[in-house]
Design a protein around this ligand. Structure first.
Ligand SMILES: [Zn+2]
Length: 375
C-alpha cells in the first residue's frame, strides 16, 4: 500500500502548467460495476478538463493522460474491486501512477500543476499500517497489517518451565517453581517488547494493537518501552491459539479506527489551548507567513482561490495580495496549497472529522499581518 514516502515523491513533481491530472476513483466491489466505472472516470476527467483551473486558459488534459487512465482501469480494474484508486498522470513530465488506497474516498478529479495529495494523506492517516502483538505466557506473534494484507513480522517462543522430574527442578517447593515461571514470563514479555521496539526502521512507530488474554495484554503493556507505549492504540481480548490473520484484522481494525478518531478529536480540541489560527482567512495569513506548525483540515471539499505570481501569497481573491497589480494565478484548492506549504515548511498536517472549524492551525509564532477573521 501507499506510504508517506510515495506522497513525498509525488510532491516533488510539477508540470509546467495546470495539466497534471489527479483522479480519485472508488472502484465498486461488484465486477459488474466496472463498465459503468470507465464511463464515470471519463466524465470526471472531461469535466475538470473543460472547466480548467486557470481562467481563460484552454490548457487542459492531454488525450494521452485520459487514455492512460482508461487503459489502466480496463487492465487492472478487477484487482481493485472495493478499493479507491488514485491516478496521477502527466505525459508531459513522464508521470503515470495508479495507487490503490487503504481507505474508501469520494471521487475527485483535479487538474493542476502539481499532484493533488490531500486525499492521499487523509487515507494514510485514517487507515495506517499497524502492528498487532498477540502474546501469552509462552508464545508471541507480531503481525503487520497493511491495507487488506496481514503478514507475520516476528514470532517468539519461550521454552517452558521444565516439568517436575526433569533435571534440577525436581523437588523444589511449588512456590519457587511458580516464581521461576513468572520470571520466565517476564523475560518473554520483555523480549516481545524489544521486538516491537525494533519493528520500526523509520524512527516513527506504527500504531500498536495488543491482542490476547487479559493477563497477557497487561504483562506485555508493563514491559513496553516508553516509545512503543506512546504508539499503543488499544487492545482486544481473544484466545491467541484460535486466531487467524483474517480474524486478527477483524478484531484490530475497529481498535485502530477508534484510535485514529480519538487522536483527531484530541488534536481539534487542543488547537484552542495554544497559539492558533482558526478559520480559512486566519489560516491563509498564517501559512503565508510560514507560521504553521500543524495544520488541521476539517473540510474535505475544495476551496478555489489564488496564488500570487510574485510573492506566492495565497488568497481567496485575485486582488488581496500587497503586490497590487500582479495577476493572481487561480488554483483549484486553497486547502491543498496550504497543506503543501505547511509540509514544505516541515510542519505537520492532519485531516480532522467533526471539528468545530473548517481549518485551523497550531502556530510556531504569532501572525502579525493578514486578516484575522474567522470563518
Ligand atoms: Zn504577492
Amino acid at each position: 500500500m501507499i506510504s508517506y514516502a510515495d506522497v513525498e515523491k509525488l510532491r516533488g513533481m510539477s508540470a509546467p502548467g495546470p495539466v497534471l491530472l489527479s483522479l480519485y476513483l472508488p472502484v465498486p466491489l461488484d465486477p459488474a460495476g466496472l463498465r459503468g466505472l470507465a464511463a464515470m472516470a471519463n466524465d470526471l476527467v472531461m469535466s475538470v478538463s473543460a472547466v480548467g483551473p486557470d481562467d481563460g486558459s484552454t490548457a487542459g488534459l492531454s488525450r494521452a493522460d485520459r487514455d492512460a487512465v482508461l487503459d489502466t482501469l480496463a487492465a487492472h480494474g478487477r484487482e481493485w474491486l472495493g478499493h479507491t484508486v488514485a491516478f496521477f498522470g502527466c505525459a508531459e513530465i513522464g508521470l503515470f501512477e495508479a495507487l490503490p488506497l487503504p481507505c474508501a474516498l469520494p471521487e475527485r478529479a483535479v487538474l493542476a500543476a502539481r499532484p493533488h495529495v490531500r486525499p492521499l494523506l487523509a487515507a494514510i492517516q485514517r487507515c495506517p499500517d499497524y502492528l498487532v502483538a498477540i502474546a501469552d505466557r509462552r508464545h508471541a506473534w507480531v503481525l503487520l497489517v497493511s491495507g487488506s494484507g496481514v503478514q507475520t513480522v516476528a514470532t517468539q517462543s519461550e521454552p517452558g518451565p521444565r516439568s517436575p522430574g526433569f533435571g534440577g527442578w525436581y523437588g523444589l517447593e511449588t512456590h519457587r517453581v511458580q516464581q521461576r515461571i513468572i520470571q520466565l514470563g517476564r523475560h518473554h514479555y520483555r523480549e516481545v517488547a524489544a521486538i516491537l521496539d525494533r519493528c520500526d526502521g523509520t524512527g516513527r512507530h506504527a500504531p500498536l494493537v495488543i491482542g490476547g488474554h487479559h493477563d497477557g495484554i497487561a504483562s506485555l503493556l508493563r514491559e513496553l518501552p516508553a516509545t512503543v507505549r506512546d504508539s499503543f492504540a488499544g487492545s482486544f481480548t481473544a484466545d491467541p491459539h484460535t486466531l487467524t490473520p483474517a480474524r486478527v484484522r477483524e478484531l484490530a481494525g475497529p481498535v485502530i479506527g477508534a484510535w485514529v478518531a480519538r487522536r483527531e478529536g484530541e488534536l481539534a480540541e487542543g488547537v484552542f489551548g495554544g497559539l492558533a489560527a482558526v478559520g480559512l482567512h486566519a489560516c491563509l495569513a498564517a501559512v503565508n507567513e510560514g507560521a504553521v506548525g500543524h495544520l488541521l483540515v476539517a473540510r474535505e471539499d475544495m476551496i478555489a482561490g489564488y496564488v500570487c505570481g510574485r510573492c506566492g501569497g495565497l488568497s481567496t481573491g485575485s486582488d488581496e495580495c500587497p503586490d497590487w497589480g500582479t495577476a493572481g494565478r487561480a488554483v483549484p484548492d486553497l486547502l491543498e496549497e496550504m497543506v503543501q506549504r505547511t509540509l514544505d515548511d516541515n510542519g505537520k498536517v492532519t485531516a480532522t472529522r467533526d471539528a468545530p472549524f473548517s481549518v485551523a492551525a497550531k502556530l510556531r509564532f504569532p501572525v502579525t499581518g493578514g486578516l484575522q477573521r474567522t470563518a
